[in-house]
Design a binder for this molecule. Structure first.
Ligand code: UDP
Length: 329
C-alpha cells in the first residue's frame, strides 16, 4: 500500500512513518516543516515540502503518487496557543483539512485516518471516558479537532469518503531505537519539561496546581507511548482498507498518573533529584482524563506494548539525553 502521511516530519507522524515502513508499506510524506523537522523525515519515504492549505500543492502530490490512503497529522496542537490565537487553529486545522478533503474527493482517494484528541471531550462527564460521552471542548484546539471529525463525517455522507478519528490522550516517549523523539519549540508538555531538569536546561519542574480533587491534588492524565499510537494508525488504515465504516476511537492506557507520580518516576529513571515547585493552575486543565480504549482493542485489535510509565519515561530519557536540543545539533 502507498500511504500519504501529512505531517510525517512531526512527533507522532515520524513514529507512524517508521512503523509503516517496518510493516512494508510505501510512504509519501508531505509536511510544511513549520513544526516538523527535516531530520525526522524517514530516509525510505518520498518527501514533498508544502502546506495542506495550498490546493495546488496537495493536488500535485495526488497527481504524482498513486495514494491508497491518507494519514493526517498536519495540524497545530497546543491548547494554550489555541486560546491566544484561535484563528490560527481554524485556519490550519479546519481550512487545511477542508482543502485536503476537496483534493481527496477530486482524486478519488476515499480513506483517511487522522489525529483527534481527548480535548474533544472537555470536562469529562465520567471516568474512564467513552467515545459516546459528551463532547464539549473547552479550547479552540479541541473545538477544531471535533469540527474536523464532523467535516469528515459529512464529506463521507456526500462523497463516500471513510475516516477513522483517533482521540489521543497524552502522547509521550520516543522510538526505542533512539533516532526519533519529541522535539517541540517551545516545549509545553510535562515529560519533556521534567527531563530538561536532569539535562541541565531547567532548575526545577513546575507543578501546575496541587489543589485538584485527585489523590495527591495534582492533575491525572493517561500517558500513552507514541509507538503504541503509531501502531493504532496502521490498524485503523487496515480497518478502512477492509471496507469497514467510519469510526472514532480513544487511545490511552486506561491508567491515570498524577503529575507528582510522573515526576517521581522520572527521578527513578534518571537518578536525578528533579526539584519541583508548586505554581498556580494552568487555565483549561481538567483534573482527570483517563481513556477507556476498550473499543480500539475490540474493533481494531489494538494492544499497547509500552504501557509501563517507567518504560515510557526511559525511552523519552534515552532520546532527550542524547538530543538535548531536539534535532538542532
Ligand atoms: N503540567 C505541569 N507542569 C508542566 C507542564 C504540565 O504540572 O510544566 C501538567 C499539566 O497541568 C497537565 C499535565 O501536566 O495536568 C500534562 O500536561 P501536558 O501539557 O503534558 O499535556 P495535556 O494534558 O495538557 O495534553
Amino acid at each position: 500500500m502507498k500511504i500519504l502521511v501529512l505531517g510525517g516530519a512531526g512527533y507522532i507522524g515520524s513514529h507512524t512513518v517508521s512503523e509503516l515502513i517496518d510493516a512494508g508499506d510505501e510512504v509519501v510524506i508531505a509536511d510544511n516543516l513549520e513544526t516538523g523537522h527535516i531530520e525526522a523525515v524517514h530516509s525510505q519515504a518520498a518527501f514533498y515540502q508544502g502546506d495542506i492549505r495550498d490546493r495546488a500543492f496537495v493536488d500535485s502530490v495526488f497527481e504524482k503518487e498513486k495514494i491508497d490512503g491518507v494519514i493526517h497529522f498536519a495540524a497545530n496542537s497546543l491548547v494554550g496557543e489555541s486560546m491566544k490565537n484561535p484563528l490560527k487553529y481554524y485556519d490550519n486545522n479546519l481550512y487545511g483539512t477542508k482543502v485536503l478533503l476537496e483534493s481527496m474527493v477530486a482524486h478519488g482517494v476515499d480513506k483517511i485516518v487522522f489525529s483527534s484528541t481527548a480535548a474533544t471531550y472537555g470536562e469529562p462527564e465520567s471516568i474512564p471516558i467513552l467515545e459516546s460521552d459528551r463532547t464539549e471542548p473547552t479550547n479552540p484546539y479541541g473545538e477544531t479537532k471535533l469540527s474536523m471529525e464532523k467535516m469528515m463525517k459529512w464529506t463521507g455522507v456526500a462523497h463516500g469518503l471513510r475516516y477513522v478519528a483517533l482521540r489521543y490522550f497524552n502522547a509521550c516517549g520516543a522510538h526505542v531505537n533512539g533516532h526519533i523523539g519529541e522535539a517541540h519549540n517551545p516545549e509545553t508538555h510535562l515529560i519533556p519539561l521534567i527531563l530538561q531538569v536532569p539535562n541541565g536546561q531547567r532548575k526545577a519542574i513546575s507543578i501546575y496546581g496541587d489543589d485538584y480533587d485527585t489523590k495527591d491534588g495534582t492533575c491525572v492524565r493517561d500517558y500513552i507511548h507514541v509507538t503504541d499510537l503509531a501502531q493504532a494508525h496502521i490498524l485503523a488504515m487496515k480497518y478502512l482498507m477492509e471496507g469497514n465504516e467510519s469510526n472514532v476511537f480513544n487511545l490511552g492506557n486506561g491508567i491515570g498518573f498524577t503529575v507528582k507520580e510522573v515526576i517521581e518516576t522520572a527521578r527513578k529513571v534518571t537518578g536525578h533529584p528533579i526539584p519541583a515547585e508548586i505554581t498556580p493552575r494552568r487555565g483549561g486543565d481538567p483534573a482527570k482524563l483517563i481513556a477507556s480504549s476498550d473499543k480500539a482493542k475490540k474493533i481494531l485489535g489494538w494492544n499497547p506494548q509500552h504501557a509501563d510509565l517507567e518504560e515510557i519515561i526511559r525511552t523519552a530519557w534515552n532520546w532527550h539525553k542524547n538530543h538535548p536540543n531536539g534535532y538542532a545539533q
